[in-house]
Design a protein around this ligand. Structure first.
Ligand code: K2U
Ligand code: ZN
Length: 170
C-alpha cells in the first residue's frame, strides 16, 4: 500500500512526465496503484497522488470492483456535452464540491502491456478519467471552486494534519 498525499501538499501540484517504456517496473507500480485504490476505497487514482510523477492512472467505477482500467500517457482526443457532479478526492478527504466536466470523452492511452488503445465513454468513468488526468497535470477539483471555499478546506486539512500527523502514513 502506498501513502496518498493530501492537499495542500505541494507535490500534488507537480506535472507528471510521460512514461517512456511500459516495462515490468511500471507494471508493478500499476499493481500497487490498483491495490491502493481498492483499499482506500476509491474509484480512481493517479500516480501523482502517491508521489510518483508519471502519467499513469487507474480506475474502476464498477459495483463489484471487477472492471479495472489502466491508462498510461492518457490523451483526451475529444469532449462532448457538459455534466456536473459532486466530486470527492482521496487527496482532499471529507470534502465534496460540485464540478462541471465534459459528459462524454474519447481518450487514447497505453494499457498495462504498453499497447495503445482508444476508449469512448461517458458517465462516472468519464468524470473519473478527467479527474485523474487533472491530477497528472497538478490540478485538483478544489481548483474549480472559489478561493474562499478552497482556503477553508486548506485550513481544515492543515489543522487535521497538525493534530494527527501519522494519518496519511496509515
Ligand atoms: O482521484 C481520486 O482521489 C479518487 C476519486 C476519483 C473520483 C472523484 C470524483 C468523481 C469520480 C471519481 C474518488 O474520490 S474515489 C472516492 C469515491 C468513491 C465513490 C464515488 C465517488 C468518489
Ligand atoms: Zn482525486
Amino acid at each position: 500500500l502506498r501513502e496518498i498525499l493530501c492537499f495542500p501538499d505541494p507535490r500534488l501540484r507537480l506535472r507528471a512526465d510521460p512514461v517512456a517504456e511500459v516495462d515490468d517496473s511500471i507494471r508493478e507500480l500499476v499493481d500497487d496503484m490498483f491495490e491502493t485504490m481498492y483499499a482506500a476505497p476509491g474509484i480512481g487514482l493517479a500516480a501523482t497522488q502517491i508521489n510518483v510523477q508519471k502519467r499513469i492512472l487507474v480506475a474502476d467505477v464498477s459495483e463489484d470492483q471487477n472492471e479495472p482500467y489502466c491508462l498510461i500517457n492518457p490523451e483526451i482526443l475529444s469532449r462532448d456535452g457538459e455534466e456536473e457532479m459532486d466530486e470527492g478526492c482521496l487527496s482532499v478527504p471529507g470534502f465534496y464540491e460540485r464540478v462541471r466536466r465534459a459528459e462524454r470523452i474519447r481518450v487514447r492511452a497505453l494499457n498495462r502491456d504498453g499497447e495503445p488503445f482508444e476508449l469512448e465513454t461517458g458517465g462516472l468513468l468519464a468524470v473519473c478519467i478527467q479527474h485523474e488526468i487533472d491530477h497528472l497535470d497538478g490540478k485538483l477539483f478544489v481548483d474549480y471552486i472559489s478561493n474562499l471555499k478552497r482556503t477553508r478546506i486548506r485550513k481544515k486539512l492543515e489543522k487535521q494534519a497538525a493534530r494527527d500527523p501519522g494519518r496519511g502514513a496509515r
